[in-house]
Design a protein around this ligand. Structure first.
Ligand code: SF4
Ligand code: SF4
Length: 465
């Protein structure tokens, strides 16, 4: 007997039309109200699914993968996807490596996920540790060279430099070695910095302009930024960061301006826009401002914005998603995926079978305590590691690595019957660990409401297309 797949999502576009998404096959169709009602009747069992009831609809639903001849055929399709996913995961090419020179930091941002113990831990990555990391990166890239070029063209690998604050003055020898190694091996370097201590590095950066990219955070105008991103002595950091952004842009280095958004600063983003305009950063092609929601893995912070709330506000206020919106991107797992999914330029619609780079196997983070983590939330904390490294080399623990890298919606029990599974990826592993003490006991992502908001805001575009 024919079965309607459970992976159907439907959203109103106007009074007469709805958007149907088949999240199993990634098909998207505009349907009229009559068709929507018939599908809903089939879903609730009011209407018989067999072809003799409505031959034309039956054939259309069959051809678009909404209908399967029997339940086994749907299961077989899912199993085929699972095999493809496993095969691709085996051939996964690592092109992202993160090095934390130290976990210590000179700021005490109010929403930071690092503990106070970490903030004052200024242990620096040693030369021997760096030698091991460089050897590991070189070997990994060399071993995957052919496959990498075949799958990714000549897209270079990236070393992310994170912390703590990677540009503390004492870290200079480490940063200098990383840049030298990266240049010699054709690797890009992205430094995630609070930009308060950049000045001693400007001479060094000048030599590596082509491979460098800085991510710098500014959370609002001076008044707002200075109560969120404070120094250890309680003073603000806004003026110095703005001066340093200008210095770095003047050198010709790309700057991604990260704006961490929650309820306490979302209303003031226009004021940040004014700061950007007054500095003429918006005129500079090297400058890319993007928003990201402040995360709270325990889910208790009252200022936290969900992804759909963030998306809704930024689009409603025209701060994002149109020519004049000053925010050019949103970095968060569900919104990032949906921007790609709904982009009409992307004819191949992707699935999101795992949630983020921590579970997709594409990031390795090395911290000065000699541990390797895949999610940087745990960098330098000595827990949820996937391996260790020292003068004798890198040792990955197979079981721990598999816990992270095999975490996909195919493994997660709660996701088996979820119609959003292939667009969600199974939610944040850290949220599951912190709230449920088990990375497989999922905390649902905000995908359901985020799709609703996304479609609501782009419904005109969808209808026009
Ligand atoms: S995490 Fe929740 S929303 Fe995401 S696929 Fe699993 S059950 Fe569905
Ligand atoms: S596991 Fe969660 S915290 Fe870690 S990178 Fe993924 S989404 Fe971010």
């Amino acid at each position: 007997m024919a079965v309607l797949t459970k992976y159907i999502l439907m959203y109103p576009l106007d009074e007469e039309h709805s958007l149907a998404i088949n999240s199993l096959t990634s098909a998207m169709d505009i349907i009229d109200q009559e068709t929507r009602s018939k599908i809903e009747d089939m879903q609730s069992g009011i209407k018989n699914i067999e072809s003799n009831e409505d031959e034309e609809l039956y054939q259309q639903l069959m051809s678009r993968g909404y209908l399967f001849e029997n339940a086994q055929m749907e299961k077989d399709t899912i199993n085929r996807y699972k095999l493809v996913h496993q095969e691709l995961a085996k051939r996964k090419i690592i092109t992202n490596f993160t090095i934390c020179p130290t976990m210590g930091c000179n700021l005490r941002c109010t929403y930071c996920f690092e503990s106070d113990d970490q903030h004052i831990n200024y242990n620096l990555m040693t030369d021997t540790q760096l030698d091991t990391i460089f050897k590991y990166i070189s070997e990994t890239l060399e071993n995957s060279k052919e496959e990498r070029i075949r799958l990714k063209g000549d897209t270079p690998a990236t070393i992310n430099v994170f912390g703590g604050e990677p540009l503390l003055k004492t870290n200079y020898p480490v940063i200098s070695r990383i840049l030298k190694f990266a240049e010699a091996n054709g690797i890009l370097v992205k430094i995630i910095t609070n930009a308060t201590t950049i000045q001693p590095y400007l001479g060094l950066f000048e030599r590596y302009v082509k491979l460098l990219h800085l991510q710098i955070t500014v959370d609002g105008n001076k008044e707002i930024h200075d109560v969120r991103r404070i120094r250890a002595d309680g003073s603000g950091s806004f003026d110095q960061i703005c001066r340093n952004i200008n210095r770095v842009l003047d050198l010709g280095i790309k700057v991604a301006l990260r704006i961490n958004v929650d309820k306490s600063n979302i209303k003031s983003l226009r004021e940040l826009e004014a700061v950007i305009k007054s500095n003429q950063w918006d005129q500079n092609p090297l400058f890319y401002p993007y928003a990201s929601p402040v995360l709270d893995f325990c889910g208790v912070g009252e200022d936290i914005l969900t992804e759909h709330e963030l998306l809704d506000t930024l689009l409603s206020e025209r701060l994002y998603g149109n020519e004049e919106g000053f925010i050019k991107g949103i970095v968060s797992p569900s919104i990032g995926f949906l921007s790609f999914f709904f982009d009409s330029k992307n004819q191949m619609k992707p699935w999101k079978l795992d949630y983020c780079e921590a579970t997709s196997g594409s990031n390795f983070g090395f911290s000065p305590d000699g541990n390797i983590t895949t999610c940087l939330t745990y960098a330098g904390k000595g827990k949820h590691t996937i391996g260790t490294f020292d003068e004798n080399g890198v040792r990955l623990n197979e079981e721990d690595t598999a816990k992270w890298f095999d975490r996909s919606v195919f493994r997660l029990e709660k996701c088996q019957d979820c119609k959003y599974a292939f667009l969600c990826g199974g939610g944040c592993a850290v949220a599951a660990i912190e709230r449920n003490q088990d990375m497989d006991d999922v905390v649902c992502s905000d995908i359901a409401s985020t799709i609703e908001k996304y479609v609501f805001h782009i419904k005109r575009t969808i209808l026009n297309q």
